[in-house]
Each structure stands twice: as structure tokens, then as C-alpha cells.
Design a protein around this ligand. Structure first.
Ligand code: F6R
Length: 604
């Protein structure tokens, strides 16, 4: 989604703002813009420059020196086409105030009508443009106090927003406000930063303060002042984020996604090693939960689906998984489940709203996330960090396998403390996980056969991914990866369901990816492969090393190192990520920033 940045300090603000915007490119955008204050004698010191398309186009237009305060924005169009006029920052009609906005103002039409009656003229088709106009009115009416004007203005807004406000008469101040849209403040020496996401600022600082909904902040080079929704001084803690700038760079790889795929032995190890401190913070009574409900979106939802099997197996507690966007609108049930919210970004609005809903029902809530201080950590009772390091590619890869790791560890921990499994079982699960990380290393040491298969696959237009039991979610995730980065239409299906309809779609041009694990589903899966081969579909089996049987059913097999089948979703997922990556690369797709997608989905 959109990215925002604000800077006040001694550096060249325009350079900092453009550099930080580049770090936010991964969130997805279609246009960008910048507003800075310069000392320019008679002229209006507020300069606004905007451009559709790439940030590099904006950068070429920005030839400014002597700016020390400013704001910038990457836009992902919601209201109005992606063009220069609709790009942010937006200004009032006197060009005295510039505003960047993430989110959606639901009541913008009514506000525009009111303002138009007072003579305001709007240039863009956006909802955001009303904001500088309202602030202008409040500023005039209330003694030219910018902070007060923003406080009064945001009271009139309905919807979601993270805004930064710059005023030509206040060269050393930025005012920002947040409601249901992420916003973080950063501190350097004699400089202050604001951004939608810590990765924008890693080059400049590791000290962050996360804003809450309803907060308004004044940021100057000398410090930060925050007020909460009722006007009280909000003293949030500073957080040290231990991600480095190198973590957020490509480091010699062609794409972030392939770098992140190759980082998985390390990220999985970090998740497992970090579990020791997570475990210490889990209240013992959590294990008494008689029912578990996991809530998530997209890839995180698939991790939750794997988790369902694990919680049921290791704790014996019935577990259901719901998509956040659906759970929120479902009828309330009278049961009292432990609620687990999985969101790597910690900012997915549907998941956050579902967590709010669950809390309002008095349920115990746990978050599993990758981002320290993200919104979900404040919306739930307990937070567990997955410690994958920053993920820049829009398509989740290393964060997914770390989420799986968390599902194994958390469910086994719960089962052990409930007395459902023994200490030895818990230890053995951890040992299997260590072995699984070695299996991932094995896959990454020889990716040539997967690359070759990916290149063959790139010529297809439709595909089915089949899995059973714990690898049905793996099939869904593999298909999601393929469709989102290569644009090849791919559907994940429970292998047993194919004969209830979708078989009609099979042709010799519809490849089947069949996920084989040597568990109780093995023979049935071979049967399903046979069904598909008999209809002329090319079948690619992903099977454990040493399985000679599967070759009798299909001659296309990609092998993964042998692991206990219960842990097979991790290595199989890595094979499927590579398959999708190479298919997409061969098709020349924009792998790190697939069309229409954004890394952090902060709209409902
Ligand atoms: C797909 C992908 C998305 C996210 C989904 C939830 O590769 O990344 O499906 O998984 O948008 O995001 P988080 O985990 O941040 O809540």
C-alpha cells in the first residue's frame, strides 16, 4: 500500500525523502511525490513535485538544495487514476499546507461539499485532498496553531489515515496523526523521522517509536511530542529494531524474492533459536484452551491451515482456521477459543480488525508476527515474534516458512504443557525441525532441476496443485505463489476433490503439481496422480528422495530431502517457491512487485 515519509533535520531533506521512498517501493505504488520547505526569499518556500510511475522519474524532477524539512509519498491509487494531479502531497488552495496520506477517508464527499460551499476548489479526484483544506480552515480559525489545527481536523475524518502535515510558516515542525494505518517515528541526532514502515528509515536510525490509533505527534529536530486521543500526553517507549540496512538490500541477488528464498536456513534457524525467549513469555494457563481459532489472510492463512493439523495433533484441542476478512462478519459463537492471529507485517487491517473484534468479545488473543512494535502487537494480549528478518519481496517466502516453524513450536509447547504429549515428544519435534532446516539447505544446494522445470512451466497458462492432509495448505500456498508472481492461473486443490468437478478442466496443457509425502495419504496420492496422467495432463510430482514408486506414475519428479512427513510442508514449500520464481523470471515478470499487489494490505 501507500508509503509515507517525513524528515526534519540538518541533512538535505529532499535526498533523505527520495532515498527513504525507494526503501518503500516494495509496498507497491503507481505514483510518488515530495514536498519540502526551502529558504527562497519572496517566493512560497513550499515546493511540491509529483510524478506518475517510478520513483526514479520523480528523482529526476527533484533538483532542490537547501531543504531541511519535508514529506514524501508513494501512492497506490484507490480514489482517482494514478496520475500527477492525484499523486500526493496534496495542498490547500493557497499552497500553504502540504499533506501526505495513507488510508481512505470514508466521508470525503460530504467534507468536500461542505468545503466547496466555503469556496474551496479541489484539483484532484482523491479523498485525501480534503485533508489540507480542512486543516487550513482550522488553522485560520484557531490562532495559527498547526498542532491544534491538525487535532481539530482529524476529528472530522472518518475512515483510516496516517497523515503527515507540513506548513510553509513552520519550517522546523512536522505534525502527524494515525488512525488504523501504520506510522512510526524515528530519532537521530538533531533530526526526526516519520514513516509508514521501519525499513524506510533503517539507513538513518534504529530507534523507533510506534504510534497508536488516535495519536497526534509533533516532530522537530529536537524531539517528539505525542498526544493520545483524549489530549493526554502519550509516552510510548523507544524500541531498538535490530534489522540492518543490508538485510533490506539485494546483496548480489537479482531479486529480493530469490535472496529471501535462499535466506531460509538462516531465518528458520532464527525462528527456532528465538523460540526459547518466546516460550518464557507464554502464560502456562494458555495450554488449558479447549478450542483454538486461528485468524489470518493469504499466505499467513495457509500457515494457519497447517497449524490446525498441528494443534489438533499435539494438543488434542479442536482448531478452526478463518480468514480475517470473513471472521469479522460471521455470527458470534458462544464458545471461548484461544485466538491466534498470524500476520507477518502485523499491519494487515482485516486481521487487526478481527483481533479487535475478538478482544471485544473478551477472548484471549495471541499474535504471531515478524515486525517488532507493529499494530497487531498492541491489539492482542500476547505477542510471539517469528524473527525472519525484513522481507521486501511482495510475495511471502521466508516469512511463510518461519510461520510454519512457529506453528510446530507453539502447538508442541501447548501440547506438552497440557500433558497431551511428553517432554521427549516435544524434544523430538524440535530435533525434527533442526533436521528440516538441513533439508532446506539441501534443496538450496541444488536448484538446477527446479529451475529447468520452472522454465518449462513458464509456457503454461493454467495449473492445478494437489495436496492432501497437511500438504493441502502447502498446495494452496504453492499455487498462490505461482499465480501472484508469474500470473499463471494456478489453483490449489485437495487431491481427493478433483474428481468432484475440476477433472473436467484437465487437458494436455494443464500441468498438475502433485505433492507427495510418505504418510497415510501416500497411496491415495499416487492414485490421484494416476487419474491425472490417464487424462493426458503432465504431472510433476514433488516427492521425498529415494521414492522410486512415484516414477512409475510420472516421469517428472522433483525430489526433496527426506524428512518426517509431518514436517514436509517446509521443504516442499521451498521447492514450490523456487518453481514459481523461475517460471516468473523466465516470463520476465516483475517478481518483487507483482502487478496490483502490495506488501502490506492496510485497507479493508
Ligand atoms: C502472498 C502474501 C499475502 C500475505 C497477506 C497477509 O505472498 O504475502 O497473501 O500473506 O497479505 O499478510 P500479513 O501476513 O502481513 O498479514
Amino acid at each position: 500500500m501507500c508509503g509515507i515519509v517525513g524528515y526534519v533535520g540538518n541533512r538535505e531533506a529532499s535526498a533523505v525523502l527520495i532515498e527513504a521512498l525507494k526503501r518503500l517501493e516494495y509496498r507497491g505504488y503507481d505514483s510518488s511525490g515530495i514536498a519540502v520547505l526551502t529558504q527562497s526569499g519572496e517566493k512560497n518556500p513550499l515546493t511540491v513535485i509529483k510524478s506518475p510511475g517510478q520513483i526514479s522519474t520523480l528523482e529526476k524532477k527533484v533538483k532542490i538544495s537547501g531543504s531541511h524539512t519535508g514529506i514524501s509519498h508513494t501512492r497506490w491509487a484507490t480514489h482517482g487514476a494514478p496520475n500527477e494531479v492525484n499523486a500526493h502531497p496534496h495542498t490547500d488552495q493557497e499552497n500553504s499546507i502540504a499533506v501526505v496520506h495513507n488510508g481512505i477517508i470514508d466521508n470525503h464527499l460530504a467534507l468536500k461539499r461542505e468545503l466547496a460551499e466555503k469556496g474551496h476548489v479541489f484539483r484532484s479526484k482523491t479523498d485525501s485532498e480534503v485533508i489540507p483544506h480542512i486543516i487550513y480552515e482550522e488553522y485560520k480559525a484557531n490562532g495559527n496553531d498547526l498542532f491544534d489545527a491538525v487535532r481539530r481536523a482529524v476529528k472530522k475524518l472518518r475512515g483510516s489515515y496516517a497523515i503527515i502535515v507540513l506548513h510553509r510558516d513552520h519550517p522546523d515542525i512536522l505534525v502527524c496523526a494515525r488512525e488504523k494505518s501504520p506510522m512510526v517515528l524515528g530519532a537521530g541526532v538533531n533530526e526526526g523521522f516519520i514513516a509508514s514502515d521501519v525499513t524506510a528509515l533503517l539507513k538513518y536510525t534504529n530507534r523507533f517509536m510506534f504510534m497508536d490509533d488516535g495519536d497526534i505527534a509533533k516532530v522537530t529536530r529536537n524531539g517528539i511530542y505525542i498526544e493520545g486521543p483524549s489530549g493526554e500526553v502519550a509516552a510510548h517507549e523507544w524500541t531498538q529494531v535490530d534489522w540492518s540496512i543490508e538485510d533490506a538490500e539485494k546483496g548480489g541477488f537479482r531479486h529480493f524474492m530469490i535472496k529471501e528464498i535462499f535466506e531460509q536456513p538462516r531465518s528458520l534457524h532464527q525462528s527456532q533459536a528465538g523460540w526459547r525467549s518466546e516460550e518464557d513469555n507464554i502464560p502456562r494457563d494458555l495450554a488449558r484452551a479447549e478450542m483454538i481459532r486461528i485468524i489470518a489472510c493469504g499466505t499467513s492463512y495457509h500457515a494457519g491451515m497447517v497449524g490446525k493439523h498441528l494443534f489438533e495433533r499435539f494438543t488434542g484441542s479442536p482448531t478452526v482456521v478463518s480468514m480475517a476478512s470473513e471472521y469479522r462478519f460471521a455470527d458470534t459463537t458462544s464458545d471461548n477459543p484461544l485466538m491466534i492471529f498470524i500476520t507477518q507485517s502485523g499491519e494487515t487491517l482485516d486481521t487487526i480488525m478481527a483481533a479487535r473484534e475478538a478482544r471485544s468479545r473478551g477472548l484471549k488473543t495471541v499474535a504471531i508476527t515478524n515486525v517488532v512494535g507493529s499494530t497487531i502487537t498492541r491489539e492482542t494480549d500476547i505477542t510471539m515474534y517469528q524473527r525472519s528478518g525484513p522481507e521486501i519481496g511482495v510475495a511471502a517466502s521466508k516469512t511463510f516458512t518461519s510461520q510454519l516453524m512457529m506453528m510446530y513450536l507453539f502447538s508442541a509447547h501447548m501440547g506438552y504443557h497440557k500433558g497431551y504429549i511428553k517432554r521427549d515428544d516435544y524434544n523430538s519435534i524440535k530435533e525434527h525441525l533442526r533436521h528440516t532446516i538441513r533439508a532446506v539447505e539441501g534443496i538450496l544446494n541444488n536448484t538446477a532441476p527446479i529451475k529447468e522445470m520452472g522454465e518449462w512451466f513458464s509456457r503454461c497458462e493454467n495449473a492445478f496443485y494437489l495436496g492432501r492432509y497437511i500438504n493441502f495448505p502447502t498446495a494452496l500456498e504453492g499455487a498462490l505463489k505461482m499465480k501472484e508472481i508469474s500470473y499463471i492461473h494456478s489453483e490449489g486443490y485437495p487431491a481427493g476433490e478433483l474428481k468432484h468437478g475440476p477433472l473436467a478442466l484437465l487437458t494436455d496443457k494443464t500441468p498438475i503439481i502433485a505433492l507427495v509425502a510418505s504418510d497415510h495419504t501416500y497411496e491415495k496420492m499416487l492414485g490421484n496422480i494416476g487419474e491425472c496422467s490417464a487424462r493426458g495432463s503432465p504431472v510433476i510430482a514433488i516427492a521425498p528422495e529415494g521414492d522410486a514408486e512415484v516414477e512409475k506414475y510420472t516421469d517428472r519428479v522433483l525430489y526433496y530431502p527426506n524428512v518426517d512427513p509431518l514436517f514436509s510442508p517446509i521443504p516442499i514449500s521451498v521447492v514450490l517457491q523456487l518453481l514459481a520464481y523461475h517460471a516468473a523470471d523466465h516470463r520476465g515478470c516483475s517478481i518483487d512487485k507483482p502487478r496490483n499487489l502490495a506488501k502490506s494490505v492496510t485497507v479493508e
